[in-house]
Design a protein around this ligand. Structure first.
Ligand code: SF4
Length: 342
């Protein structure tokens, strides 16, 4: 793609098109003390310019009446697997979502909607559904309310991306959608090509998932459903053993564990590059016994290639590397390990 040089007015225009909510108020913080405050003044081009150049941060109040042009999910842990998991789930619903490294810890995942805004309650309903499917129901969503009424004048602000002084440190920047461990090299190119979601897509998800007529499912095992239910296998569609291994790392059988996790991730539709990214992050959590070393990146790549080049689909329940992390509540248990032990 030919690179068009943007001047600061072009950048302000692009930025306002994506990160503009209420126009008469914004949030900011003191970069020395971290103290946040509300500024009841118009959001002018100067305010945006000060943000982009790192002079004063700008936090956007996304909710305008009952509409919003964007939504952000705040993952406050430094574990990239959660925002990636969210993006994968969102994609299944035809929603484009973009991961931003936040200013201090964790990630924001942004979804942008049609320029005139969409009904905020619909955006929140759909995102709550995705978070419930991931087992992350407590995660903060901005806007935090469906509408400004009942005494709510402004709602809550979220710090906007691309705060000048932090951009140089690789913070408040969007990651590469194809390789989320890396920062996207041209932030403005990414912002210019954002895929916005029309309200009709939200309506279709709400209807398909029957979201208007059900309360959000609580996290947990649904003992009445078939063993492939989404409730049971949620984080990347993974069973409990694999979720535990990914969250905690392993202390032995690192290569076998890596291979098995790659098979799980592949079976659930993750592409090779994302699987590799997740497994490299996973390896850092490993705590090998007997002073053994952590699996290397080359070994991870080799195991991942093996998993992707063949048609393995087994859950590997019989493998000691896996069944050490088995959970009896898994609905596969009755068909696999439970069957053998009766
Ligand atoms: S039965 Fe146990 S080992 Fe098999 S998939 Fe479920 S949690 Fe994993």
């Amino acid at each position: 793609m030919a690179r068009i040089k943007l001047n600061s007015m072009d950048k302000i225009k692009i930025f306002k098109g994506l990160f503009m909510g209420l126009r008469n108020v914004y949030g900011t913080y003191d970069s020395k003390t971290g103290k946040v405050r509300q500024v009841k003044e118009p959001v002018t081009d100067e305010v945006i310019h000060a943000h982009l150049t790192g002079k004063q941060s700008y936090g956007v109040y996304l909710l305008t009446g009952s509409k919003t042009k964007a939504l952000a999910v705040d993952f406050d842990e430094d574990d990239l697997s959660f925002p990636i998991d969210f993006v994968v789930h969102a994609k299944e619903h035809k929603l484009s979502a973009y991961i931003e490294r936040s200013k201090s810890k964790g990630y924001h995942v942004w979804i942008f909607f049609e320029p005139r805004g969409v009904t905020a309650s619909k955006t929140r309903l759909v995102v709550q559904k995705i978070l419930a499917d991931m087992g992350k129901t407590g995660t903060e969503i901005f806007p935090k309310q469906d509408t400004l009424d009942n005494g709510i004048t402004y709602g809550n602000f979220i710090n906007a991306p691309l705060f000048g002084s932090l951009v140089k440190k690789g913070k408040t920047v969007f990651v590469d959608p194809d390789d989320p461990v890396k920062v996207y090299p041209n932030q403005w190119e990414l912002l210019q090509n954002i895929q916005r979601v029309p309200e009709s897509v939200l309506d279709a998800i709400i209807e398909k998932c029957n979201l208007n007529n059900q309360t959000q499912p609580a996290r947990g095992v649904n003992h009445n459903s078939s063993y492939h239910s989404d409730d049971d296998i949620s984080h990347f569609g993974l069973p409990p053993c694999a979720r535990k291994m990914l969250a905690e790392g392993v202390s032995s059988y690192q290569r076998v564990s890596c291979f098995r996790l790659a098979v799980h991730l592949k079976r659930n539709g993750l592409p090779f590059d994302l699987t590799l990214t997740i497994l490299k992050a996973w390896a850092k959590k490993n705590h090998p016994a007997d002073n053994k070393r952590i699996i290397t990146e080359n070994e991870i790549e080799y195991q991942t290639k093996c998993a992707f080049e063949n048609t393995y689909r087994s859950f590997g329940c019989e493998d000691p590397a896996i069944n050490a992390y088995c959970d009896k509540n898994c609905q596969l248990y009755a068909y696999t390990i439970g069957k053998r032990s009766t």
